[in-house]
Design a protein around this ligand. Structure first.
Ligand code: NAP
Length: 333
């Protein structure tokens, strides 16, 4: 039976313009009118949630607001022919947790075309271990594969390697046979990255060339970059003939200072990844792969669970670039 009230994190703007977070009771009437009401069992923490939780207007314009760009749970009411009460579903991206109340609450109400049926061979909790971060890593891997970057072509560079996107990229690429070189600012986490499947771990300074030379000695067959800035700039200049660079994040910087030479002299492709608006067919295909051939055998090694009450500290940690792996929010109790 659907309850009227539920618990959620609420981010509010104070009169002084600062932002505060609290765990509070919300009503189903606080949720927007959409087709599918989902009782959220699990969510997960992404960098974007940290931005939404601290008043970043580029992510969330209107407060008070409940962040959480990821949610997995069970359909409680549906006004769409595509879903029935009791269906297990995943909702990530689109506007969830941005300007639509998100997965840091026990209920969400969303349009039916944001909803993905939970693939066979994946639990709700496992789906949130991946969440937007794992899905984005999956999008990058699928793009590399679709652009004929096969494991025999050489090394793949993954930046932000201990983060959400990066750690899944390292593990999934290694699982399907690629040689992964991981870039990290946390060099003491080398054992963690080797355990995930990295062949080599390098520091951020080793991944940055400030010589200004438009092309550097080629090394990478492919790149998964979630940080942007100098690391991405260097990676593009070090990508082999007809290599492919996937670009999905900007934690270091949104800047990209390159010449056209990697593209016109080496045929390098730069592929943008936008999980938020990714077409549903590509999204479903990626989830199916995550549930089958890319399913990681030791998900618990890169995930930890937290409660709504513990979420506050985790938000501070992810914003400070100190999160390792993925934090799953457990809303079942
Ligand atoms: N395009 C999309 O669809 C999409 C989807 C999901 C996420 N994203 C974006 O991808 C990025 C990563 O997201 P996430 O959830 O993986 O975040 P995360 O868990 O915070 O991971 C980011 C990682 O980047 C590294 N890093 C942090 N600050 C850095 C700096 N100043 N210079 C270089 N590296 C730095 C850190 O790893 P190391 O310490 O190991 O270096 C950190 O753990 C964010 O920008 C996010 O918005 C985009």
């Amino acid at each position: 039976m659907t309850v009227k009230n539920f618990r959620a994190m609420l981010v509010e703007q104070t009169e002084g313009g600062t932002f505060s977070r609290k765990i509070t009771e919300r009503s189903l009437d606080d949720l927007p009118e959409h087709e599918v009401l989902v009782k959220v069992h699990y969510s997960s923490l992404n960098y974007k949630d940290g931005l939404s939780a601290t008043g970043h207007k580029g992510v969330t314009k209107n407060y008070p607001h409940t962040p959480g760009i990821d949610a997995a749970g069970v359909v409680e009411e549906s006004h769409s022919d595509s879903f029935r009460t009791g269906d297990q579903v995943i909702v990530t991206s689109y506007d969830l947790g941005m300007n639509t109340p998100g997965g840091f609450g026990q209920y969400i109400r969303v349009p039916a075309d944001w909803v993905v049926p939970l693939p066979a061979n994946l639990s709700l909790k496992e789906s949130m271990a991946y969440g937007s971060a794992g899905l984005t890593a999956g999008f990058c891997l699928l793009k590399l594969q679709e652009h004929s970057i096969t494991p025999d072509l050489g090394e793949i560079l993954v930046s932000g390697a201990t983060g959400g996107v990066g750690s899944f990229a390292v593990a999934m690429l290694a699982l399907v046979g690629y040689e992964v070189v991981a870039v990290t600012g946390k060099t003491d986490e080398k054992p963690f990255l080797i355990d995930l499947g990295a062949k080599e771990v390098i520091s951020r300074s080793e991944a940055i060339d400030t010589s200004g030379r438009p092309l550097l000695k080629g090394r990478w067959a492919g790149v998964v970059d979630s940080v942007g800035g100098e690391i991405l700039t260097t990676a593009i200049r070090m990508t082999n003939l007809h290599g492919v660079v996937t670009c999905c994040g900007n934690v270091a910087s949104p800047d990209l200072r390159v010449t056209v030479y990697p593209f016109i002299l080496r045929g390098v492709s730069l592929i943008g990844i936008d999980s938020q608006s990714c077409p549903m067919a590509f999204r479903r295909r990626t989830w199916e792969k995550i549930a089958k051939e890319w399913k990681l055998p030791h998900l618990d090694r890169q995930t930890s669970l937290c409660s709504l009450e513990e979420l506050d500290g985790e938000i501070d940690r992810i914003l400070a670039g100190k999160q390792k792996g993925r934090v799953i929010l457990d809303l079942t109790s």
